[in-house]
Design a protein around this ligand. Sequence first.
Ligand code: PBG
Length: 343
Amino acid sequence: HPSDPSSARPSGPASEGVGRIRPRRLRSTPAMRRLVAQTRVHPAELVLPVFVREGLAEPRPIASMPGVVQHTRDSLRRAAAEAAEAGLGGLMLFGVPLVRDAVGTQATDPDGILNRAIADVVAEVGDALVVQADLCLDEFTDHGHCGVLTATGAVDNDATLVRYAEMALAQADAGAHLVGLSGMMDGQVGVVRDALDEAGHLDVAVLAYAAKYASAFYGPFRDAVESTLEGDRRTYQMDPANRREALREVAIDIAEGADVVMVKPAMSYLDVLADVAAMSSVPISAYQVSGEYAMIEAAAAAGWIDRRRAIEESVVGIRRAGADHVLTYWATELAGWLAEEKR
Ligand code: PBG
């Protein structure tokens, strides 16, 4: 067709190369596209976040996250076995306790739901998966903040660090391979690293949610953990307007001993992910959060987007921007598709 530039013939020096240079050649067949694909997603790079709730008889659906449930301890074990079977890189565990108080006592009780669930999963899968635990107080406090409060209701950074150190030990004692510090308190990585080392947990890794933004995209997560938060987290989580500050947070966390750093959420922060990838000396994780999950599920359910293609495109985009691994609620399903494609 004459208006298609690819069919134009070179007609003189000014159009040198037209018709000769044809990028479309590398897109011409599935085999050619597979050969030149620059970014791949592998099941080992996927981590499945899971919720386990105390006192449930049956897994309970989460309304704002269709397809995701609050697990019972038994159904969590089954999900962990399935994740290992699918070849995932790991699980990230979140606990939902029945009783909450001002200091989040259940977070450090060895019989608390999260610590029991860590031990369950380790018993189920051993080290076939990296068993990871959310290290933060918000699911365990009655006020819903990620730390303990001062008398006037502010989040007390340094008092919170003491609780984080205790929580890290409880999780490591339960068998966690990696603790995920998601509270955005200053100094949290160093304090937890020291506490783990002093207790002899030299091999328990620290994932720092280094660049964690105060995001509307955590909305459905509040449902998932039955959060009681009043107010917001803007005095500790980062302002979405800030890009440079992410590099400062990452540098601090690496200096304090972080083994992996995270950018969260993922899809609205791909520039941050690319910046961090350009400077980080440790692996980079990205969290495709609950709101990102809910948006794609809702649009797909309405018939507005192709669900599978949207999921695959979103995750490959996060990898392309610089994430070494991705926390996503689709991890097991996506790993299944990847196995299908290999056949
Ligand atoms: C804090 C924590 C949150 C998420 C993971 N860890 C909530 C928050 O910071 O408000 C959100 C994850 C998601 O939205 O999928 N414990």
